[in-house]
Design a protein around this ligand. Sequence first.
Ligand SMILES: NC(=O)c1ccc[n+]([C@@H]2O[C@H](COP(=O)([O-])OP(=O)(O)OC[C@H]3O[C@@H](n4cnc5c(N)ncnc54)[C@H](O)[C@@H]3O)[C@@H](O)[C@H]2O)c1
Length: 355
Amino acid sequence: MEKVFTVTLQGGKTTDVFFADSIKDLSSKLSSYGLNALWVFDTNTAPLFKNLPPNRIVLESGEKSKNWKSIERIISAALDFHLARDSYFIAFGGGVVCDMTALASSLYMRGTKLILVPTTLLCMVDASVGGKTAIDYAGAKNLIGTFNPAQDVLISSDVLRTLSESEYISGLGEVLKHAILSDNEDLYNFLVNNKDKVLNRDRATVTEMVKLSIAVKNNYIERDPEEKKGIRSALNLGHTFAHALESITHFSGISHGKAVAWGCGRAFEASYELGLIDEAFYKKVSSLFEMYPFDMSYRVGRGEWLDFQEAIGKDKKRMSGNVKFVLIEGFGKPVLKPLDMKLVQRIVIASPRIK
Ligand SMILES: NC(=O)c1ccc[n+]([C@@H]2O[C@H](COP(=O)([O-])OP(=O)(O)OC[C@H]3O[C@@H](n4cnc5c(N)ncnc54)[C@H](O)[C@@H]3O)[C@@H](O)[C@H]2O)c1
């Protein structure tokens, strides 16, 4: 496997990100961690593994299992397998499996070694890098968590073949967001020029896209490893709009990544309305999202506005009484600003002023 990034995080901790040429390449790297390991799968990712390792636990798939009970199950399994502090916890799954394994790893005997093998596009470009761990609690998403970066993240685009179309497109929403947050146009141009190969999950194309995407996230993390300068908050571009949309559709009508893509579109509109970007730039960034299967013209119904507004108020990025939206002034130039609710109402309900 090729080591492509070393991400430096809070407290100088580092994560090495490796890319596999093939499943064989991934398997041989995984065997190098030895038998002193606990493997965590979910019911959809366990079948992807031919010879399942004996020290394993298979959790129910999906956000519904991202809870204390699963953490207890992981920790009990580690105990049953007599694992000590020097053992590895190896997550093989999407963001849910990776977030939970990382949290359990930080708690078991005050911390084991952690390896993440992301199996969704979203997890590859977002959840596996950055050191955040979490479970949902008392109805609040990611309420309980620790900071525990993986020692290694192992990426193989081959594992994405079995991923559903809707989960793949959801991951693309975060990739497109990274294209706008990048201070160069490499990822933007790559996505424009390779649309068909991206959508057909061509192996080499997906690998290159994931590398370009992680490079963008890495750039924000490394400039603000302690998350104190507000630089890392830029990675929430589109998210305040997205969380409110997910909330009013009760998390069932639209995937997270699709909501993020839609939210990015609304952030571009707000940026244009405030004069932060000109019409040419607005059209340039919007056209990327329109090329891909995202419903950018979706509008919130007038009758849903009050719920939408309330959901925005609950967004966790609320600071000093103000909800700050991530807006843009250009490629790689995010700015955090509160927005007038009348403007928000107009851009989520009415058709955009520029076509
Ligand atoms: N830690 C972070 O920084 C961070 C960042 C972003 C998101 N997250 C978290 O990540 C989670 C979302 O991650 P996700 O989108 O990967 O969801 P997920 O882990 O639920 O995976 C989505 C679905 O795809 C299935 N799946 C996974 N890999 C597969 C494969 N290769 N083939 C077939 N099916 C497969 C899963 O079983 C699940 O049903 C959320 O809980 C979110 O809070 C964390």
